[in-house]
Design a protein around this ligand. Sequence first.
Ligand code: ATP
Ligand code: MG
Length: 580
Amino acid sequence: MRYSQYLLPTLRETPGDAEIISHQLMLRAGMIRKVAAGIYDYLPLGLRAIRKMEAIIREEMNRAGAIEVLMPMVVPADLWDESGRWQQYGKELLRIKDRKETDFCLGPTHEEVITEMVRGTVRSYRQLPLNLYQIQSKFRDEIRPRFGLMRGREFIMKDAYSFDLDQAGVDLAYEKMYQAYRRIFARCGLNFRAVEADTGNIGGSSSHEFMVLAESGEDAIASCHACEYAANVEKAECRPQPQVCCDEAPPLEQVATPGRKAISEVSEFLGVPASATAKALVLITDSGAPVMALLRGDHELNPIKLKNVLGCSVLELATDEQIEKLTGAPVGYLGPVGMKIRVVADLAIQSGGPWITGANVSDAHFRNTVHGRDFAVERFADIRNVGAGDPCPRCADGIMEMWRGIEVGHVFKLGTKYSASMRATVLDDQGQERTLVMGCYGIGVGRTVAAAIEQNHDDKGVIWPMPLAPFQVLITLLNPKDEAVRAAGERLYAELQEKGIEVLLDDRDERAGSKFADADLLGMPLRVTIGSKALQEAAVELQERRSGARSLLPLAEAAGSIATQVRAALAAGAQEAVHG
Ligand code: ATP
Ligand code: MG
C-alpha cells in the first residue's frame, strides 16, 4: 500500500476525551473514528489489525474443531421470550420494532439464535459433539461506553457455542476452547492469565475469563503467590478464619460518638483500628425486600457474592430515606442490634469480635457487640472482596496478590439453561429424547487489539506485535523526489510483496522528521529507511520498532533478509502458543 494513496489520518495532538493509551493511540494513528458514543468507524489501518486478530481466532477455532456460521444481528423478540431473557436482560438490550410493530432486538449475544438453529437442524446424538462459532458485530447499550474499542456499544465479538449429549461432553468441549484461547492470546504476544469467573446473568456452572494484565484494566484479579489459584475479585473466595471470639466479652455498652458516622471517624474517635468495627449496609433486592449486610469495617462488600447468596439478580444500595424508613435508625449509626430486617453477615464477623457497631440512634455506637448474644444473623456467608495479603483459599501458605486486567475472553459451561427452556433435544442411542448440554465462548476482537496496544507501546506510539501488525514493514523514502531513492523504494516494495510480506510505502512528499514521527506512531515492527546517502553504498537502513536497533542492509539482499525476519517473528509467536 502506498501511503500517499491511503486513508491514514494521523493526529499530532492527543484527543481530549481519550483517557487510556490504546484509545489515544488508535485515534492518533488513524485506526478508528468515533461516529457516536461507543460506535466507531474502523479506518483502513484499524480494520487490518482487526482482520489479523480475526484470522488468528479463525485458525485456532477451526483447529479445535469448531465450525463457522453467521447469525443475524437483528433478532426476533420471540426467541428471547422463549429463554425468558426478553424480560430479564435490562437496558443493555437495544429493543426495536419493525414496520409491523413486531419486536426485535440487536443481538448482544446469541445463545437464543444458535439454540434455535441447532434444535431445527440436529436430531441425533450422531451429529454431536458440535461447536459453532461466528465473528460478528454485537450491540450492547452499555451505560458508560468508554475507552474506544475497549467498551463500545457496537463491537465485534467471536462467539462460539458447543452442544453435547452430557456433562462429560461439555467438559471436553470447554477444555478444548480453554486451550484454543490460550493459543490465541499467546499468538498475539499478550501477557495474560486465565482466572475463575462469576457466571453473571448468562448463568451456568463453570467459567473462566482470560485477562490481559494492564494497569488500565477495569477488572480486579486476585491470584495466589504460591499456587495456581487466580480469580476475578467478583468471584475470588475468602478463606474462612478460625473462631477467635467471644466467650468472655464484657457486656454491650453504648458510647457517645457525636457526629462520627464514617468508619474512619468512629475508629479514630474511639482509638481502635477499623478492623475492630463492623459496618452495616442496607440493600434492596429485585423483589423489593431489604437486607442488611454486615461486614468488618475495613472490608469491602462484594455485591455479586451477596446476590448469589440471596439468589436475586438485582441488588441496589438503599437511599438514605429508604434506610431510615426501613430500619428506623439514622444513617451513619446503623447496626445489627435489634434490627427488624434480615441480616446477612460476612464470615469475618462470625469468626471475630467483639465489635463496635452503630447503636441505631443518633451520635452513638455500641462497644462489645457479639453475634448470637447481642444480635441475630440470618446467614453467615462469604460476601466480601478478597484483599491483598489475605490467605489463599486453596493452599496452605499462599498469600493473595491483586492485579488489574482487561477481560478479552470468556468461557462458560451453560448446562441446559437455554436448551431446556427452548426445548433443544436430540435422540440418544436408545432412541430417548435428551436435552442438549451447552457451553459458550466469547472473545472481544476489538478489545483484544486495544489490549495489545495497552501492553505494547512507548511514548512515541504503538509497538505492534508482528502477528497483529496492520503492515509488517514500513518503508520510508527520505526524499521521494530523488530518482534513485524512489527506484530503490519501488524495487524493495515490489520484492517484499512478492514474498508475501505486507508493506506500507511512505512515498509522501513530507519532511523526514514528520515521516519518522508517523512511523513511530504507527508502530510497524520493521522499518526500512531509504535515503540517498546510504544508497551510494547500495544500502538501506533497517530499524526494529521495539528495540530501536538499526542495521545497514545491502539493497540486493534486503527483501530476503526482511522476509526471513518477519517469518521468524510469526513462527516464534505460534511456537510459543503451542508450548507456552
Ligand atoms: P464486561 O464485564 O467487560 O462487560 P462481559 O462479561 O459482559 O464483559 P461477555 O458477555 O462475556 O462480556 O462477552 C464476551 C467478550 O466480549 C468479553 O470477554 C469481551 O472481550 C467482549 N466484550 C464484552 N462487552 C464488550 C464491549 N462493550 N465492548 C467491547 N468488547 C466487549
Ligand atoms: Mg458486559
